[in-house]
Design a protein around this ligand. Structure first.
Ligand SMILES: Nc1ncnc2c1ncn2[C@@H]1O[C@H](COP(=O)(O)OP(=O)(O)OP(=O)(O)O)[C@@H](O)[C@H]1O
Ligand SMILES: [Mg+2]
Length: 262
């Protein structure tokens, strides 16, 4: 059974149809990659899944159950978590305290007060969860640092840990490899392959090779429509996908997805 299934999704922004008849199906413990040219609708789809954009019409099921449209404050109830745009760690808190804040279901601004108002037992429990999340993100050794002491790739790991502490079944990652060098992208790919033992991952990313290396299923969007879906090996050869990326398919055996088709 899918952890998330979307069908016939449509989003209009005024007269513009940003998403049209879009579908997506996410199997448990799988990685689903969303790719497509600029303006294709990737972020809009992602925003619909994370409750930031209200769809015009469509259907959504989570864990096989039809739900009304998601609202961002309900995500935790649906066991969905996402990394925040940018990095967004609180500079006055240690890494582990930042991760503990990810357990705040309502994301209220007075959570800090609540954090320090927790009973010793609840705090110990939350701290243990945060340690577990840091360990999964390969960042346990960073627990007592402050955000300013972290390298950029380390902040990415901490953001993942913060998203994991609420124990999501679906993790949404918005361009997590942006700004990383190739070595760190490779390490990040290893991390995500481990993480899918724990939850399904939906990832929007411009690094097509990275998507190819980690995804079980890839959806390619263009002008608001799903133009191809399936394994990366299948979609990267799809004439509609090559045409979308190139304007026209080429004959050289190497497409603009940066992948050798030979
Ligand atoms: N809030 C909005 N209001 C009006 N139009 C919007 C809004 N958000 C996105 N759009 C339009 O919807 C279309 C899809 O945009 P979207 O940002 O989802 O594309 P994308 O695939 O994420 O592109 P990119 O790769 O450049 O990030 C574009 O034509 C965009 O201009
Ligand atoms: Mg985008």
């Amino acid at each position: 059974m899918s952890v998330l299934a979307i069908a016939n999704l449509r989003v209009n922004f005024g007269g513009l149809i940003a998403l049209d008849d879009v579908f997506i199906d996410v199997a448990p413990n799988s990685i689903v990659g969303l790719i497509g040219p600029n303006g294709a609708g990737k972020t809009t789809l992602f925003n619909c899944i994370s409750g930031l954009v209200a769809p015009t019409s469509g259907e959504i099921s989570i864990h096989g159950k039809k739900v009304d449209w998601l609202k961002s404050y309900e995500l935790a109830n649906f066991e969905i978590s996402r990394t925040l745009q940018g990095v967004g760690l609180f500079s006055g808190l240690s890494v582990i305290e930042n991760v503990m804040m990810g357990a705040d279901k309502k994301r209220e601004s007075n959570f800090l007060k609540d954090l320090f108002g927790l009973s010793a037992k609840s705090e110990r429990k939350l701290r243990a969860k945060a340690q577990d999340a840091l360990a999964w993100a390969g960042a346990l050794d960073l627990a007592d640092k402050t955000p300013s002491e972290l390298t950029y790739p380390e902040t990415k790991r901490v953001s993942i840990a913060r998203a994991l502490v609420s124990e999501p079944k679906i993790l949404l990652l918005d361009e997590p490899a942006a700004g990383l060098g190739q070595d760190d992208i490779d390490k990040f790919a290893d991390l995500l392959r481990q993480l899918k033992q724990r939850c399904a991952i939906i990832i929007v990313e411009h690094h097509v090779d990275f998507i190819g290396a980690i995804s079980d299923q890839v959806y390619v969007l263009n002008f608001g429509k799903v133009i191809a879906s399936g394994s990366f090996d299948t979609v990267k050869r799809d004439p509609a996908v090559l045409a979308a990326y190139l304007g026209t398919s080429n004959q050289s055996g190497t497409d603009q997805l940066g992948v050798n088709n030979a």
